[in-house]
Design a protein around this ligand. Structure first.
Ligand code: GDP
Ligand code: K
Ligand code: MG
Length: 281
């Protein structure tokens, strides 16, 4: 079976360089249906097998605010690659972990390419790949896409993961008592209704209703207007409560907790610095 591996990552993380290093001349450029976003695909040998690699548009997040984010998200949901490789800039780790958290919340099989370790090193920084992997419970492979260093390990680990049955347990982040309680309620409504099943997992769909994600809500309304309206009602109730008690909306609250989770990862000593006067964490 030919595995399909999608490359995700923030803009300027080295995603295209990695794609080129993996696929060489075996590339094909097209477009995603209906939009002008470029779709690059290629082939990469992994031992005796060949993997199909798709270069997704660079995104910082997976909300549906930009065309790039919509394309990346729809691709991940509808075409279901066997594995996602997320390219991270090791010299800018904290910011790049936001996309990682979202991919983990979707429950997609994920491998992290800890790229630009040379740049990090030249700035006196080192990322502990093993520790990061333990904390996120997902493989992390240091790479230098520009020279091809690490690409062999990376693609082998991704191809191995593609052969395994999908049993990725989605990452569960606490968003505070009010949101957590609403999420549980919405999740069971979604599971019972077998609602938007092509979209990852019930918790992810519930989070999107709380974030008032237009794309998901429109799709949900088409699939089951009654259930969609009941989910929207729960979401509106939480929003009103958060507004009244904390002067905050659910989307901001969710983003704040994701950043809090990322800070807690960083604070567990994932980044070491050779120059103490330069210490950030
Ligand atoms: P993309 O926006 O994620 O597709 O990033 P690109 O692949 O276009 O890379 C952005 C820039 O970073 C380019 O100038 C690359 O040559 C450079 N680059 C990519 N990977 C590495 C790396 O591991 N080390 C170094 N030093 N530069 C890199
Ligand atoms: K670029
Ligand atoms: Mg690119």
């Amino acid at each position: 079976m030919q595995a399909t591996i999608a490359l995700a990552g923030n803009p300027n993380s080295g995603k295209t360089t990695l794609f080129n290093a993996l696929t060489g001349a075996r590339q094909h450029v097209g477009n995603y249906p209906g939009v002008t976003v470029e779709r690059k695909e290629g082939l990469c040998s992994v031992g005796a097998h060949t993997a199909h690699i798709v270069d997704l548009p660079g995104t910082y997040s997976l909300t549906a605010y930009s065309e790039e984010e919509k394309v990346a998200r729809e691709y991940l949901a509808q075409e279901r690659p066997d594995v996602v490789i997320d390219t991270l800039d090791a010299s800018n780790l904290e910011r790049h972990l936001y996309l990682v958290v979202q991919l983990l919340e979707m429950g997609l099989p994920l491998v992290l390419a800890l790229n630009m370790v040379d740049v990090a090193k030249s700035r006196g920084m080192e990322v502990d790949a093993e520790k990061l992997s333990e904390l996120l419970r997902t493989p992390v492979v240091p790479t230098i896409a520009r020279t091809g260093k690490g690409k062999q390990d990376l693609i082998q680990i991704a191809a191995d993961l593609a052969q395994q049955p999908v049993n990725q347990t989605p990452l569960v982040i606490s968003y505070g008592a009010d949101i957590d309680k609403a999420l549980l309620q919405m999740q069971s409504m979604i599971s019972e209704g077998a609602f938007l099943k092509s979209y990852y997992n019930p918790r992810w769909v519930a989070i999107k209703y709380l974030e008032m994600d237009e794309d998901v809500i429109v799709k949900g309304h088409e699939a089951n207007p009654d259930l969609s309206d009941r989910l929207t009602a729960v979401s509106a109730r939480v929003a009103a409560h958060l507004e009244a008690t904390l002067n905050m909306d659910p989307e901001t609250m969710i983003a704040d907790h994701r950043w809090g989770f990322i800070r807690s990862i960083i604070q567990q000593g994932v980044i070491t610095r050779s120059n103490d006067s330069d210490r950030l964490y």
